[in-house]
Design a protein around this ligand. Structure first.
Ligand SMILES: Cc1cc2nc3c(=O)[nH]c(=O)nc-3n(C[C@H](O)[C@H](O)[C@H](O)COP(=O)(O)OP(=O)(O)OC[C@H]3O[C@@H](n4cnc5c(N)ncnc54)[C@H](O)[C@@H]3O)c2cc1C
Length: 451
């Protein structure tokens, strides 16, 4: 029997995939059953779901259950300081959209599918507290009865998120090397309520961004006509969560920085005071497993900053790849788990390192570059080059978001070459009509092999 700690997106999807391979699973989750409770407010209410996540959810038969919970977003709508807007499409084919999805609805769908499968035991309000790697036994507290269960780790998969208790214990015992880095920015969720009759008060098929250099606001649509906005702000300094410590200062800041959005957020001051400030950071660990006893998967192994909208998508891809490793080693008898864990770590980590780096790079891009005309020209040129040379030039953003067949590492490596080409071609250019497409073709054919 496999035990899984944490029934977030990773743990729930992993349980479904491994059950289909014939394994019995016990899933332990601190929180109550998401099907029986309302969504928590102020905590990353909606997420961007893209091709890698969709592919994994389709493989597990969960995607079709999401129905109206999915709201297509076709591009970024940039809100400039003078209130002008610029639309930047994410892709250029009809299917190249990403979806805003409610975290709660997604969790409910995953747990709903898992609950319907024989051989999956769901244990909510059960918290993993400690592991004894010598005896391969975990202590799990049943929070409803306040008693400890001793659960064999044969193996135990830890999908307990970025603050993973399992990872911290492995690291504290010196069994793995692990690190957590905090970004200088935090985030806070605010809401843009629906208009009359549940109408959207901003364009619904876009991810809205108000880039302001050192801080920014973004907003994703919800299926009730509202938007969930997230304010990213330095934790300390002149304009920061620390300095905005009274309602008047918050109001003045929001009105000055985001006047059009402020008008749509009547509850912003109250929400700023009551919603917790979230931390942003990265998690790294190596290796991700202890023999055949326990393994870290998902955010527990490699959390990243949320600026590429890939954290959960990457976790879903982890599940597919982990499942494939389990299948490959299933005949290895007593060594099968250790072999599957080792192969998963060796093959997956270069890719999770690559997306972690790209997510951090996107942080600067979203705050600053998207409003820069040269950046916008490079973006327009990327799409044009993809139209002209579709087998060789695919914008990095598209490789990450719309091409699950291209590993993250390859997307990053090709992306670096493409950036060099774009910078060279746009030097001194103000519009696409200034670009030398003959040179573009030569550079692309020389430097970028077909995908
Ligand atoms: C502000 C923000 C915005 C984001 N936006 C996006 C986005 O647009 N697109 C995207 O793809 N990703 C996004 N992400 C990343 C995404 O949220 C994570 O990558 C994803 O939730 C990780 O899933 P997980 O199951 O590994 O971990 P988690 O979602 O953290 O789930 C871990 C689960 O384990 C449980 N747990 C924790 N400790 C214990 C314990 N000791 N015992 C038992 N259970 C335990 C928790 O209650 C939780 O249910 C965002 C993240 C943030 C912070």
């Amino acid at each position: 029997m496999i035990s899984i700690v944490g029934a977030g997106p990773t743990g729930a999807l992993l349980a479904i995939l491994l059950q289909r391979r014939g394994h019995d699973i016990e899933l332990f989750e601190t929180r109550p059953d998401p099907r029986a409770v309302r969504a928590e407010s102020g905590r990353s209410i909606n997420l961007a779901l893209a091709d890698r996540g969709i592919h994994a959810l389709q493989t597990a038969g969960v995607f079709d259950r999401l129905g109206t919970a999915l709201l297509p977003m076709r591009g970024r709508l940039i809100h400039l300081e003078n209130k002008d807007t610029v639309f930047q499409p994410y892709g250029q084919r009809p299917h190249e959209v990403i979806y805003s999805v409610s975290r709660h609805r997604l969790n409910q769908a995953l747990i709903g599918v898992a609950a319907g499968l024989p051989g999956i035991g769901l244990n909510f309000q059960h918290r993993f507290e400690a592991a004894d790697f010598g005896t391969a036994t975990a202590q799990i507290r049943d929070l409803r009865r306040d008693r400890i269960l001793y659960v064999p780790m044969q193996p135990m998969l830890a999908t307990d998120g970025a603050g993973s208790t399992m990872r911290r214990q492995m690291s504290a015992l010196g069994l793995i090397q692990a690190g957590e880095t905090d970004l200088a920015h935090g985030y806070k969720e605010l809401s843009i309520p629906a208009g009359p009759g549940g109408s959207f008060r901003l364009a619904s098929e876009a991810l809205h961004i108000w880039p302001r250099g050192n801080h920014m606001l973004i907003a994703l649509p919800n299926d009730d006509g509202s938007f969930t906005a997230t304010l990213f702000l330095p934790k300390t300094g002149p304009i920061s969560f620390q300095s905005l410590n009274d309602p008047d200062a918050v109001d003045q800041f929001l009105t000055q920085s985001f006047p059009d959005a402020r008008e749509l957020m009547p509850q912003a001051i109250t929400e700023f005071g009551t919603h917790t400030t979230g931390f942003l950071g990265e998690v790294s660990a190596s290796p991700w497993h202890i023999g055949a006893t326990a393994a870290l998967i998902g955010d527990a192994a490699h959390a990243m900053v949320p600026f590429h909208g890939q954290g959960m998508n990457c976790c879903f891809e982890d599940c597919i790849e982990f499942d494939a490793c389990v299948a490959r080693h299933s005949s290895a008898g007593a060594n099968s788990w250790a072999a599957a864990f080792a192969q998963f770590g060796a093959e997956r980590k270069p890719n999770t390192d690559a997306i972690t780096a790209m997510a951090l790079e996107n942080y600067l891009e979203m705050r600053e570059s998207v409003a820069d005309p040269q950046f916008q020209l490079r973006q327009a040129l990327s799409l044009e080059l993809e139209r002209r040379f579709p087998r060789r030039f695919i914008p990095r953003y598209s490789m990450v978001m719309f091409h699950h067949e291209i590993p993250y590492l390859a997307a990053r490596q090709r992306g670096a070459i493409q950036t060099e080409i774009l910078l060279a071609l746009t030097q001194g250019a103000a519009a696409l009509s200034d670009i030398d497409f003959g040179r573009a073709e030569r550079e692309i054919n020389t430097k970028l092999p077909p995908v």
